[in-house]
Write a protein that binds this ligand. Structure first.
Ligand code: UD1
Length: 351
């Protein structure tokens, strides 16, 4: 028994806990009284996020964080964690996530994302910890036949290796749960996470040129880039630009905590959409962000980006019914919090 364990709490291992969604989830877990062990190799995260998490939750709660700088593929590092801590459950965020890069480096993406998941579940089994939440993505729905997307909507062809890693890991984890009923696995399919902690202390800090819309818009708003490139205005959507279901990262973080609390006495593998159920176009996002930052965000219309779908948004009734979870923030809140983070940290965690 680990003597650091909080009397009310349990110990959660969070892979990729220094990253965008991971860091916000760690804040929520600490606020719930849980102890958290973060394993992150910082390949796409900044160690300063850990100090910021501590600032948000306060000294006392921050004592419940342990940070291990390691690759999830490092089996010896995982074994050492499971031996030292009484890990109750694992939330697995760690993975490469740049869509374009995955097309250039398929071997690295398959090997890292799938490899680290296999290393993790093998270590978990050997140490008798069989409760896992996995970060999946709405990307597994491919080009949808009908909207909104429910968990019953078919998984379809992905357009890039990043998407396929999510697709395949879901199947791997289903097989794991099928083979051994002691496993309790939840696959969370995120729609488009944006926003930041309302304190402005943590947020999304992509390395290099952002691939995703929101970090690009906020870097234009803060003057780091000239104009947003809108990828296509000839889609079959109300204003011709792509429609997505943007979800505040704090809602997403709360969704993980809700899933964790729900799964305590379950068995098997369950999947949940985490979105808001509302579709928002690229131009609506640019307008909402302009409102939030108080000036027009310039944009130019470009050709469509290969692999993009015209629209997707979620039906989140399953999460509402079973997890008692529902998104609380709207797009205006998301833009306000993204801007608060970006304007206070124009160069991300580096200042
Ligand atoms: C992308 C990935 C998806 C991944 C998700 C989370 C693709 C094809 N899909 O989703 O697999 O799970 O990120 O990281 O990349 N847009 C612009 N200009 C930009 C950037 C985006 O107009 O500079 C548009 C896109 O065409 C799209 C919308 O904004 O309509 C959202 O794009 P993005 O933020 O990249 O997310 P997705 O493509 O939905």
């Amino acid at each position: 028994m680990n003597d650091k364990l909080d009397a009310n709490g349990t110990c959660v291992l969070v892979t990729g806990g220094a990253g965008f969604i991971g860091s916000h989830t760690v804040v929520c877990l600490l606020e719930q009284g849980k102890e958290v062990v973060i394993v992150d190799d910082l390949s796409n995260a900044n160690e300063k996020a850990l100090d910021r998490i501590a600032q948000i939750v306060g000294e006392e709660a921050a004592e419940r964080i342990t940070f291990v700088r390691a690759d999830v593929n490092d089996r010896a590092a995982l074994d050492a964690i499971f031996e030292e801590f009484d890990i109750d459950s694992v939330i697995h965020f760690a993975g490469y996530k740049a869509v374009g890069e995955s097309v250039e480096k398929p071997i690295e993406y398959y090997s890292n994302n799938i490899g680290n998941t296999l290393t993790l579940v093998d270590a978990m089994r050997d140490h008798g910890c069989k409760k896992l939440i996995f970060s999946s993505s709405a990307t597994v729905y491919g080009d949808p036949d009908a909207l909104p997307l429910t968990e019953e909507s078919p998984k379809k062809m992905c357009t890039n290796p990043y998407g396929w890693t999510k697709w395949m890991i879901e199947e791997i984890l289903r097989s794991v749960a099928f083979a051994d009923p002691e496993w309790d696995i939840v696959l969370l399919r995120y729609f488009n996470p944006i926003g930041a902690h309302p304190s402005g202390l943590i947020g999304e800090d992509p390395k290099g040129i952002p691939n995703n819309l929101l970090p690009y818009v906020s870097q234009v708003a803060v003057g780091r880039r000239e104009a947003v490139h809108v990828f296509g205005n000839d889609y079959d959507t109300p204003d011709g630009t792509g429609v997505r279901d943007y979800i505040h990262v704090m809602d997403l973080a709360a969704g993980h905590v809700a899933a964790l609390n729900w799964m305590s006495d379950k068995s098997g593998c369950e999947v949940f959409n985490l979105g808001t159920g509302t579709g928002t176009s690229v131009l609506q996002i640019i307008n909402a962000f302009s409102e939030a930052c108080g000036h027009e965000v310039p944009y130019v219309i470009e050709p469509r980006r290969p692999g993009d779908v015209s629209a997707n948004y979620a039906d989140c009734s399953k999460a509402a019914e079973l997890l008692g979870w529902k998104a609380q923030y709207n797009v205006a809140d998301m833009c306000r919090d993204s801007w608060n983070w970006q304007s206070h940290n124009p160069n991300g965690f580096e200042g």
